[in-house]
Each structure stands twice: as structure tokens, then as C-alpha cells.
Design a protein around this ligand. Structure first.
Ligand code: FO1
Length: 341
């Protein structure tokens, strides 16, 4: 069995760790490819920073700082203090000493001409991750956030800032007028992402941010079509439990695109794969199935009526065991739906 997972950062990494545990325990012979969001990436101090891929790499190799949710265990910040003193990095963004090892290695290989995919595959060789990581695209599609700014230059009334500043400095507290992925128009899905999707038996949509993580992955020209054309059965996991995001600031991002922070609303936003959303293009929704938490079980019937098979299971991944159980529920659901189709 070949499993492809669409995922963003922290929540996605926890989920993928559960998928790996479930596969190694109960699905011998299955392989897992993870298609990771690259919209949070940016250049800082001359280094290419790729937060979601690093959350995956560190979580799956056991190096991540579970308390902070990002960065490395046993981290120190001596070099970062120097970078801040020189004004090369802002006060609100810290590059730990160990973390810098990854960024320097990545940036060195990029300068040698390796693609981001080749860089990720080389980085992960250091550990036996048990899954294969792929950037969603090898082109740069850095997410920027457009916010209202009455004092903006040329009187536009708007200002644009990089996603990392909005997210890390402002904790997503400034209302968003729209998101803008620079370079999206010339991006294409990475070869690894396409290969995984077009050969998958099961496609899992991790409980990551539906807008800036999963949304950014799907907005890469050709990606939504590849997902739709996948022979795999597609099951998503709600990132919202009883109206609140499990981690991160999904509510702020959903508000920006006019979607309620609600498990069923997110499923409707992704759409039913069995339904044509745009007759003109024949574009369909994403989902065959949707897992929501038991607290949201009341939404199952409505979603089923709209062509999205739904199931209420415990979604809270409080530890590895619970993440593995959630992964088992998602994979079992996909197999059941596959058998039914
Ligand atoms: N998040 C913070 O809140 N503060 C930081 O200083 C910070 C530094 C940082 C450095 C490297 C990296 O890969 C991630 C980092 N993050 C930091 C987390 C990052 O902003 C988020 O994990 C993702 O962008 C959200 O998906």
C-alpha cells in the first residue's frame, strides 16, 4: 500500500509521526510519502529557512522541541544573539545554533545547485525517518499577508508582510485582507509529490492549517488536478475540534477566507470529490472522507448528505499512541471507502 500525506508544520508532523507508527506496527510493506507545505519558507541572514519541512524532519527524527513546538531539543542561541545584535535577524525570530546547522547545510547545497527536493532527501538521509519527505514544489512560493494599513505608502491603504512576520511577530493578530503567494504562477508540483499522488492507494490530508498549509499546497498550479486524478482514496482530518483550532492560528486564517472555524465548514471548504464544483471546468472537491472529533459528531449526517463520508473519532493527538490510533482510523476509513467505491 502506498500512502501519500498532504501536511503543513507542527500538527502535520505529529500526525505523520502517528502514520509512521501505525504503518510500522500494522501495515508491513506500506510506504509513506509526505507532501509538505513550503509557503512558510523565507530567506533570512542569507539562509533558506523552511519551517514546515524542518518541523517534519525534527519531529520524525526525534530532534524537535515538543514544548515550543518548533526547533531543536537542547537548543542554544549564541549565534542568534550575534545575528540580532548586528540586526541581521529580527528580535522576534530566533535561529538556534543547532537549527542553523540545518539551514547552513541546506543553503550550501542550494548554492551548489541541488533542488529543494534533493536537499530534503539529503538532509533526511542522516536519520532513518521511515517516510519520504517532499517539498510540495521546488519553486519558491513564499506566502505574504496583505493587511489594512491606513498610513501605507502611495495611499493604497494596504501593507504586505511576510507570513513569518505576521505569524511569529504578530501571532496572526492583524486581520488579513488576503494571502499572496509570490511566485505561485510559475510553480509546479515537485516530481516527488506528483509521483506519490499518482501512485497512491490512500491520500491523507493532515489536520494542518486549511488555508496557509493545505490551501497553499493545493494552490500550486497542477496540484489540485494531480490530487483529483489520484487513484487513492482521499480522507481528511479536521484541524478544528468543537470550533477551535487544535494548534496554530487556523481560526485567523479561516476568517480571512470567510470560512467558519468549524469541522464541517472546513470539510465543505475542501469539497466533496464526488461532486463537480465548477461545471465549466469539471473541477471537483477534494474529499472522499472526513474525520471529525466525537464532539462534532452532530455534523456527520449533514456531510454525508453532501457527498462527504464522515466519521467521528477522537482527534486530539495528545501523544504518539493517540496519533497512531488517529492514523489507523484514517487509513481504515480510506480502505473501507475504497472497498465501497
Ligand atoms: N516560531 C516562533 O514563534 N518564534 C521563532 O522565533 C521561530 C523561529 C523559527 C526558526 C526556524 C523554524 O523552522 C521555525 C521557527 N518558528 C518560530 C516556527 C515557525 O514560525 C512556524 O513553525 C511555522 O512557520 C508555522 O507553520
Amino acid at each position: 500500500m502506498r500512502i501519500a500525506v498532504l501536511a503543513g508544520g507542527v500538527g502535520g508532523a505529529r500526525f505523520v509521526r502517528g502514520v509512521r507508527q501505525e504503518v510500522s506496527r500494522n501495515r508491513q510493506g506500506a510506504s509513506v510519502d509526505v507532501i509538505v507545505n513550503t509557503g512558510d519558507d523565507w530567506w533570512l541572514a542569507g539562509l533558506r529557512i523552511t519551517p514546515d519541512l524542518d518541523s517534519m524532519l525534527y519531529t520524525l527524527s526525534g530532534q524537535n522541541d515538543e514544548q515550543r513546538g518548533w526547533g531543536r531539543l537542547g537548543e542554544s542561541e549564541r549565534v542568534s544573539a550575534e545575528l540580532k545584535a548586528y540586526g541581521v535577524t529580527p528580535e522576534w525570530f530566533t535561529l538556534g545554533d543547532l537549527d542553523l546547522g540545518t539551514h547552513i547545510a541546506r543553503s550550501a547545497w542550494l548554492r551548489e545547485g541541488l533542488t529543494p527536493s534533493e536537499v530534503v532527501h539529503r538532509l533526511q538521509e542522516r536519520w532513518e525517518l521511515g517516510v519520504t519527505l517532499h517539498p510540495a514544489t521546488d519553486q519558491q512560493v513564499d506566502t505574504h499577508v496583505v493587511v489594512a494599513d491606513p498610513a501605507a505608502r502611495e495611499g493604497s491603504g494596504e501593507r504586505e508582510l511576510h507570513f513569518q512576520e505576521w505569524w511569529t511577530r504578530h501571532r496572526a493578530s492583524i486581520p488579513v485582507l488576503r494571502f499572496h503567494q509570490h511566485g505561485l504562477h510559475r510553480a509546479i508540483p515537485s516530481a516527488g509529490a506528483l509521483d506519490a499522488l499518482l501512485d497512491a492507494d490512500v491520500v491523507l490530508v493532515a489536520p494542518s492549517n486549511p488555508v496557509v498549509s493545505i490551501g497553499t499546497i493545493l494552490s500550486i498550479p497542477g496540484m489540485a488536478q494531480a490530487v483529483a486524478a489520484s487513484p487513492g482514496t482521499i480522507v481528511g482530518v479536521s484541524p478544528i475540534i468543537a470550533g477551535s483550532a487544535v494548534r496554530g492560528m487556523a481560526e485567523a486564517c479561516l476568517a480571512a477566507i470567510g470560512v467558519e472555524p468549524d469541522a464541517a465548514a472546513v470539510a465543505r471548504h475542501y469539497g466533496a470529490r464526488s461532486r463537480v464544483l465548477l461545471p465549466a471546468t469539471g473541477a471537483r472537491g477534494l474529499l472522499d472522507g472526513w474525520l471529525l472529533d466525537e464532539e462534532d459528531a452532530g455534523a456527520v449526517e449533514g456531510l454525508e448528505a453532501e457527498g462527504i463520508a464522515a466519521r467521528a473519532v477522537p482527534l486530539w493527538m495528545r501523544d504518539l499512541e493517540r496519533a497512531a490510533e488517529l492514523a489507523r482510523d484514517a487509513i481504515d476509513f480510506a480502505i473501507e471507502l475504497r472497498g465501497a467505491s
